[in-house]
Design a protein around this ligand. Structure first.
Ligand SMILES: [Zn+2]
Ligand SMILES: [Zn+2]
Ligand SMILES: [Zn+2]
Length: 271
């Protein structure tokens, strides 16, 4: 499978509007971080993890014309704000030449029940059963699927098994995903042992890590993230969801242990 980091920034993105720190003014492309999202490609299927407000830009940059499944970690705006731009995807998958009689495919998405409910509320006009009058123009064609809160693995794309991994992010639960030897978890502060136990024997762990220094109420700081890394010992760790406080990529990467990396937008991994 191939993992592409589409965005590795925290909710503000980097650079932050109006900030003149050295990171926000850096010319290094690795210091320019769009909102957090990744693309996983397995057996010809495109699986998108989160769809934030930079989705359109990310899709254009990666030439992403089809999405076979969409996994949502949680319904904060920096992870769902691009949903409206999904409306072009079914058309793009046919390069805008829709054969006669073909029904456009819906994009199946997967989230915990509160995540799906929040999405249905925020983007009510996309869901015919929402009780609102249906908008007659082009709409995102979506098909919600609920992730079982007991942690039962579920299948996407007709046979790819996904194990949900739950963690606590402020007052809500965020969902991480384990697929084979890869796990992807962002936006959390604490994780129970039974969920952490799902993260052993990994080739790649992708972990949300906000910054080095100040503690945050609902995100991991570097030392907290390293505690998880040192417990489950993945072969490689890639950090995402970073703020400008992470420092210049070049300098901060030098301070990392050999098998820990600051991910950057556009980075691709074969797993
Ligand atoms: Zn976030
Ligand atoms: Zn800055
Ligand atoms: Zn969040």
């Amino acid at each position: 499978m191939k993992l592409t980091f589409l965005g590795t920034g925290t909710s503000t993105g980097v650079p932050i509007l109006g900030c003149d720190c050295e990171v926000c003014l850096s010319k290094d492309s690795r210091d320019k971080r769009l909102r957090c999202s990744s693309l996983l490609q397995i057996e010809g299927k495109n699986i998108l993890i989160d769809c934030g407000p930079d989705f359109r830009q990310q899709a254009l940059r990666s030439n992403l014309n089809t999405i076979d499944a969409l996994l949502f970690t949680h319904p904060h705006s920096d992870h769902v704000g691009g949903i409206d731009d999904l409306r072009t995807i079914p058309y793009a998958s046919f390069h805008w030449k829709i054969p006669e009689g073909v029904d456009l495919p819906r994009i199946p998405f997967y989230g915990l029940s509160f995540t799906n409910a929040a999405i249905k509320k925020m983007f009510y006009y996309c869901f015919p059963d929402s009780g609102n009058e249906e908008y007659k123009g082009m709409l995102p064609l979506l098909e919600p699927h609920e992730i079982n809160s007991d942690g039962t693995p579920f299948e996407i794309c007709g046979g790819i098994s996904v194990t949900p991994v739950f963690a606590t992010h402020g007052n809500l639960t965020t969902t991480g995903f384990r697929i084979g030897k890869l796990a992807y978890l962002t936006d959390f502060k604490t994780i129970e042992k039974k969920e952490l136990d799902k993260l052993y024997d990994l080739d790649v762990l992708v972990l949300g890590m906000l910054r080095h220094n100040r503690l945050h109420a609902s995100h991991l700081r570097l030392d907290e993230a390293m505690e998880i890394v040192n417990t489950v010992k993945p072969k490689q760790t890639f950090f995402v969801h970073m703020s400008h406080d992470i420092g210049l990529h070049d300098k901060s990467q030098d301070l990392m242990p050999d098998n820990c990396h600051l991910a950057y937008d556009g980075l691709e991994l074969e797993i």
